[in-house]
Write a protein that binds this ligand. Structure first.
Ligand SMILES: [Zn+2]
Length: 682
């Protein structure tokens, strides 16, 4: 599980700002950002950030804005410098520098892309045109399978291809990799967009249908309006078969081993031999089907829906998927729907920013290697590793002293803590990109080959030993992640920088901000998901029924706490959908507070500008969630995201006893919880 949603790359994450770089005496808290007209006990997030929120404007090319977004901007600028330097001086063909430089330059070459019009898509359009029955349709659909989902690490459950595959160690056998098949096929982010009967969703659906029609018209497809209506109807059928986001996050509902021969019986309609053969999985015998209802439902639609309709659907999805490397009309139309309608963002990001995202997506670890060499000094790595050690000590103590956990469960939890692999900055072993060809002037071909390269790399894992040291995030990503089956954490270099982490800043800031992030990720190893996987990453619940009962009671209390947050009259935060993440927030903050106290070695914390150590610690935490968001983006997040919105994450403090005296919080205030209502998990 990542600390952030993947789709908003760092945008929801924020850190204390302004004075963090002020040297050893700097307390790192943004005093000017505090809103003293708000009582800390009524709305701590607003107290810590209200003045900043009143003054800041969300840039027109963003759905939200916070210090996390600033960090992303900073990292983008750093990466742009690296890419430009890489492109200088005619690097040899096939070198890292050539690939990075040419990928970026090709994406930026808008005139070249415009001149080619849709000719790069011609071979693929011809393949779609050649589909004539459900067998050739199945074979074609197999060619669209990509390794573009990741159910437990990045929790990326979305793919626009009808299915997505995630290749990682088997639930029951950590020594070998298997393919996990996930549902897909929707152009909108979730089944709710198709099925919820509200005026808001109906309006979005109407705009989506217009978007489909517009894309088809730009491509010269006849009868586009009628086809768009039928494509939306087909996707609505697909959505009906989809499993909800909350159910998709339940590994026990996902643990459905199917042998190859079972597909024809359990999911008739698709010609599975043709599908798997052309997906490169012809000889694979065992699979795990994450959402059986969707695999069965979509497979039936392959046979029951007209082949012509499927061809229209595939034509639209081809255009939609590759819009970023097609002529401007496609780029703008795609942004108008996905950026403006779905996220409320008025203006598209500059081409160079999109080019950096694209280069990062295609050549993540090539760029990452360059990034680390320039921006992540060994001293920073050592400092973070020391902080991680403190946190592990704090967790060890918390778990050892838990009154409710049975001795045998404690032993298993501590074994898991002892074998946890904490990756800091970058992977020990870099990925080999030699098989990926990047051609200057071929933006579409580069993206196409990069996706296939990634898919081939994933497929190869089926014949390789499990690598627990593999990273799922790139060093230049502003985010962090827990890999439950690998029992490992990744903290990319880009999140370990000022103003978020500063080796020279006051410890209260570093423990309150980056410490809480690291604590959040460690908590995932023991939470409702983490408890399903043992120290080796095998799916094996290591809790006793009594442990589970206590945890579920604590979880229910926390879910109710978040269900009570209502940013809109018609929409509340979903306590159950966000429960794992909220538990991680509470546990991470509690553990890092312990670690902070430990770091003081029994001495009282120094007072800076009248702020005590605890006050700075909690302010640093709440300011680390500093973020301002547009209404459409907030609605989308509440519907689709496993994380609560940033403002409520900042209010996590109400579950810690130490927060109450630090801000003189009294009964009757909005965030006040009686001691028995404060949720303590670890
Ligand atoms: Zn998380």
């Amino acid at each position: 599980m990542s600390i952030l949603r993947m789709t908003a790359l760092g945008a929801a994450f924020a850190a204390a700002i302004s004075l963090a770089g002020a040297g050893p005496a700097g307390h790192g808290i943004d005093l000017a950002g505090i809103d003293h007209s708000v009582a800390a006990g009524d709305d701590f997030f607003d107290y810590a950030n209200g003045a900043w929120i009143k003054n800041v404007k969300i840039p027109p090319d963003r759905a939200n804005y916070g210090v996390g977004a600033m960090l992303v901007e900073k990292t983008n600028a750093q990466v742009r410098g690296l890419i430009r330097d890489a492109a200088k001086g005619n690097p040899p063909p096939g070198s890292d520098a050539q690939k990075v430089g040419d990928y970026y330059a090709s994406f930026m070459d808008e005139a070249g892309i415009e001149a080619k019009r849709l000719s790069p898509l011609k071979p693929e359009m011809d393949r779609i045109a050649a589909i004539k029955d459900s067998k050739t349709l199945s074979a074609y659909l197999g060619t669209t399978l990509r390794a573009d989902v990741d159910a437990l690490n990045s929790t990326n459950l979305y793919t626009d291809h009808i299915f997505g595959v995630w290749i990682t160690q088997a639930f029951g056998d950590p020594s070998r990799n298997v393919p996990y098949l996930l549902q897909g096929g929707l152009g909108m982010p979730d089944r709710d967009y198709y099925l919820v009967q509200s005026p808001k969703m109906a309006a979005i659906r109407a705009k989506y249908q217009a978007h489909i029609a517009a894309m088809l018209k730009f491509a010269g497809v006849a009868d586009a309006d009628a086809k768009a209506a039928r494509i939306l109807a087909l996707e609505t059928k697909i959505a009906t078969s989809h499993t909800s986001r909350a159910d998709s996050e339940d590994v026990h509902k996902a643990n459905n081993p199917w042998t190859r021969n079972e597909f024809a019986k359990r999911a008739p309609g698709m010609d599975w031999n043709a599908y798997l053969q052309s997906a490169g999985l012809g000889s694979q015998q065992d699979f795990v089907v994450w959402q059986p209802s969707a695999i069965t439902g979509i497979s039936a639609l392959v046979a029951s829906q007209p082949v012509g309709l499927w061809k229209d659907y595939l034509t639209f999805h081809l255009l939609d998927h590759y819009a970023s490397v097609l002529p401007k009309a496609f780029v703008d139309e795609s942004f108008s729907f996905y950026g403006t309608t779905l996220s409320g963002t008025p203006k598209i990001r500059d081409c160079w920013k999109r080019a950096i995202s694209a280069t990062n997506a295609a050549l993540g670890q090539v760029v990452g290697k360059l990034y680390v060499a320039r921006y992540f000094p060994p001293a920073a790595k050592a400092k973070i590793e020391a902080l991680v050690k403190d946190l592990l000590v704090a967790y060890h103590a918390r778990i050892s002293h838990l009154a409710w956990m049975s001795p045998q469960t404690k032993a298993k939890a501590l074994a898991k803590l002892a074998t946890l692999r904490v990756g800091v900055g970058y992977p020990d072993k870099w990925r080999n990109y030699s098989a990926l060809k990047v051609v200057r002037g071929d933006a579409f071909g580069n993206l196409w080959r990069a996706e296939l390269f990634d898919y081939a790399r994933s497929l190869a894992k089926l014949h390789e030993p499990v690598d627990r040291g593999e990273w799922v995030m790139d060093p230049q990503t502003v985010n962090a992640v827990n890999l439950p089956m690998a029992n490992a954490l990744n903290f990319p270099a880009a999140i370990l920088q000022a103003p978020f982490f500063d080796a020279n800043a006051d410890e209260a800031l570093n423990y309150g901000a980056i410490g809480a992030t690291i604590g959040h990720e460690i908590s995932h190893s023991f939470d409702d998901q983490g408890s399903q996987f043992d120290a080796l990453g095998k799916l094996a619940n290591w809790w006793t029924p009594a442990d589970l009962a206590h945890f579920e009671a604590a979880g229910a209390k926390l879910a109710a706490q978040y269900d009570g947050y209502r940013p809109f009259p018609d929409l509340a935060v979903k306590g159950k959908q966000t429960l794992s993440e909220n538990i991680a927030d509470v546990a991470g903050l509690s553990a890092t507070h312990d670690a902070y106290i430990l770091s003081l070695h029994g001495k009282p914390a120094p007072v800076f500008k009248g702020l005590t150590g605890d006050q700075r610690f909690f302010l640093a935490f709440a300011q680390s969630w500093r973020n301002k968001v547009r209404e459409a983006a907030l609605r989308q997040q509440i519907l689709t995201d496993g994380h609560a919105p940033a403002m409520y994450r900042g209010d996590t403090v109400r579950n810690l006893d130490a927060w109450y005296p630090a801000f003189a919080v009294k009964p009757g205030q909005k965030l006040y919880l009686a001691p028995s209502d404060r949720v303590q998990v670890w």
